[in-house]
Design a protein around this ligand. Structure first.
Ligand SMILES: [Zn+2]
Length: 361
């Protein structure tokens, strides 16, 4: 496998790798003859968009790891203007591959910069959805004291970012992201999860949870979410492919939850037990069991800039797909087709599910 750096050097060559004709056809069919399954509005960083226009959507990504760093250290990563231009160029390749929308799940506490997202969206021509929520409990922000936060206080903050906008800009969040590290939420994580649930119920916004699937964490999240009365159709347990356990998957989808299969690329790295093939096979088995409508495909990639210290870089290079945000279109989807997944099911997972999930009735 190529290292991430090698890939960065050859990004130009990647542009020449065209998506398969059938994937492109399904992408172009986003507003197909049969019409959208459900209409509604989605909040993008450039304003409200009809959900039928989302097209192929990557629902769990990060344009940069903490772009906020550019506001404090303007020369980081080659400088803001250069970095924005580089990100936009790479995103244009993602667009050429058939993708129309990227959901950036970078929360305030890991350096979200809403103006950066807005600029990159404009320059790349891709629609982008920003999130409210929180990644770490306590947050990795020295100015925020998590123990002082109440469920009501956090709910109010999430609702404000959804209804009024982020950081005084008027750009509204279109999804709630919550990071639960452990298999059972800690007391602080539970505060965040309950706040997200209440914000979701108050606004109708969907939730995407960072989930320790290998330890069946979705089940402990679900117990809390159900206690809060959340509609499971508004919840996706992301990083689920780290499980490989069909019993775990079927239990959750039968209860109405969705599964974000967004770490499939990690199966190509030596340090991860569960193989790429097994992760992809689980997607096929779920489709065969009738649950294509409960699956999201993404790759949790960040590219171009990272706040990680030098000693963490090699780890990050290992977990990022060498194809970066082209992994889904260039590698996973062709593999799924080879093992028998139909174009129609790919369309369901990449176009119809995001349309239903992010669209507000
Ligand atoms: Zn993520």
């Amino acid at each position: 496998m190529r290292s991430r750096r090698t890939f960065l050097k050859s990004a130009g060559a990647a542009a020449l790798v065209a998506p398969t004709a059938s994937f492109r056809a399904s992408a172009l069919d986003a507003v197909g003859a049969t019409g959208p399954r459900r209409t509604g509005l989605v909040q993008t960083v450039l304003g409200p968009l009809d959900a039928s226009k989302l097209g192929v959507t990557l629902p769990h990504e990060h344009i940069a790891d903490g772009p906020d760093v550019l506001n404090r250290w303007p020369k980081a990563w080659g400088g803001r203007a250069e970095f924005v231009a580089k990100a936009a160029e790479k995103l244009k390749l993602v667009k050429v591959a058939g993708v129309s929308t990227i959901v950036d799940l970078t929360t305030y506490d890991v350096g979200r910069d809403i103006r950066f997202l807005e600029e990159v969206s404009r320059k790349s021509g891709l629609s982008m959805i920003a999130c409210t929520g929180q990644r770490f409990f306590p947050p990795q922000d020295p100015h925020v004291s998590m123990p002082a936060r109440t469920i009501a206080g956090l709910t109010e903050f999430f609702v404000k970012e959804i209804e009024q906008g982020i950081d005084g800009t008027g750009i509204k969040a279109g999804v709630i992201k919550i990071g639960i590290i452990s298999n059972r939420p800690t007391a602080l994580e539970e505060t965040g999860l309950r706040a997200a649930a209440r914000a979701s119920k108050a606004t109708g916004m969907p939730m995407r949870n960072h989930t320790d699937a290998a330890h069946r964490a979705g089940e402990s999240h679900a117990a809390i979410l159900e206690d809060e009365g959340v509609n499971p159709a508004r919840v996706s347990f992301d990083h689920s492919d780290g499980s490989g356990d069909m019993d775990y998957f079927l239990g959750l989808v039968k209860r109405g939850y969705s599964l974000g299969m967004d770490h499939v690329h990690r199966g190509t790295a030596v340090d991860f037990q569960l193989s790429f093939e097994r992760r992809a096979q689980c997607i096929k088995l779920l489709i065969d069991a009738g649950f294509a409508t409960k699956i999201f495909l993404s790759q949790d990639a960040e590219f171009g800039g990272s706040l990680l210290p030098e000693n963490a870089r090699s780890w990050r290079e290992k977990i990022d797909p060498p194809e970066e945000m082209l992994f889904i279109t260039q590698r996973l989807i062709p593999h799924l087709k080879r093992i028998g997944v139909s174009d129609s099911d790919i369309h369901t997972m990449t176009v119809e599910n995001p349309r239903s999930f992010f669209g507000q009735a």
